[in-house]
Unconditional design. Structure first.
Length: 282
């Protein structure tokens, strides 16, 4: 996961965070059995954009050499209040997911947390301090969340690149999600899946695999319009594209799912599996 224009990932005890798009892997230390407390939990969510409601908390495992390329089929854990250690959610279960060869596996914990505060996800058998997260007041969040309308934008299309070159950085050819702009998709009266990501700059980590995983879904769900916007306006990746600024994003990739009225029903960020998007659309 790329942090755009951010000096650090967070200021609240997030020392265990590693980049989801970058960083080294550690295949020699990979495991199929239980984790241990010498390992790190890699937060693959956006730490400063969690608001009250259902929290989607994807993690990977790491050691001193980097993220592990294997791991247990299932992890269990709980969420505690960071300040007083009280248990907020218990008996949480996450199943191992993978985006394919070369990508570190991840586990997605989900639970509802409504009270703004600082918490920690503690995984059974893992480090005792867990992975910290902060739920903030909705009024302090700038990126659109479920329940809010998805703002429209004239994203680059095959017919009009709107100053973004390449219009789509997928290689060797652009993805098929550039027939219409996001504005046109939202006016269509169908559901919309809108993804912002930079596949050429993240070929194996996250962005390219998740975009590839969406392409079959575009054929599967004909009642849904899929739109992709790239992160950079230039091939070198030195200028952020207007689509990023439009949503005040400090991170990517991110994916929004809307209903037929344009209201956001789901937001995925950091890393996700195509089956999660399929479930949101089913």
């Amino acid at each position: 996961m790329l942090r755009l224009g951010a000096a650090g990932v967070s200021t609240v005890a997030l020392s265990r965070v590693l980049s989801a798009c970058g960083g080294s892997s550690s295949p020699s230390s990979a495991l199929d059995g239980p984790i241990d407390d010498s390992m790190s939990l890699v937060q693959r969510w956006v730490p400063d954009q969690l608001g009250p409601g259902v929290q989607r908390l994807p993690i990977s495992l790491a050691d001193n050499a980097g993220m592990l390329m294997k791991g247990p089929a299932e992890l269990t854990g709980r969420v505690i209040n960071y300040l007083d250690d009280s248990v907020v959610a218990d008996n949480l279960v996450a199943t191992r997911r993978s985006l394919g060869e070369g990508s570190a596996p991840f586990w997605v914990f989900e639970t509802a947390i409504d009270a703004p505060d600082i918490y920690a996800l503690v995984v059974d058998g893992g480090p005792s301090d867990g992975a910290s997260l902060q739920v903030r007041e909705a009024s302090n969040l700038v990126v659109p969340r479920p329940g809010a309308p998805l703002p429209g934008f004239d994203t680059p299309t095959f017919d009009d690149h709107r100053g973004v070159e390449p219009m789509c950085s997928r290689l060797p050819e652009p993805c098929p999600f550039h027939d219409v702009t996001l504005n046109e998709a939202l006016a269509d009266g169908r559901r919309v899946v809108y993804i912002i990501g930079t596949p050429a700059h993240c070929r194996t980590g996250v962005c390219s695999p998740i975009l590839e995983g969406l392409i079959p879904l575009g054929d599967e769900f004909s009642d849904t319009v899929f739109v992709h916007a790239d992160v950079y306006a230039d091939k070198a990746g030195t200028t952020v594209a207007p689509a990023v600024n439009d949503l005040s994003l400090t991170f990517e990739p991110v994916l929004f799912v809307t209903d037929t009225s344009g209201s956001i029903t789901h937001r995925f960020e950091g890393v996700w599996h195509p089956d999660e998007v399929r479930a949101a659309l089913s």
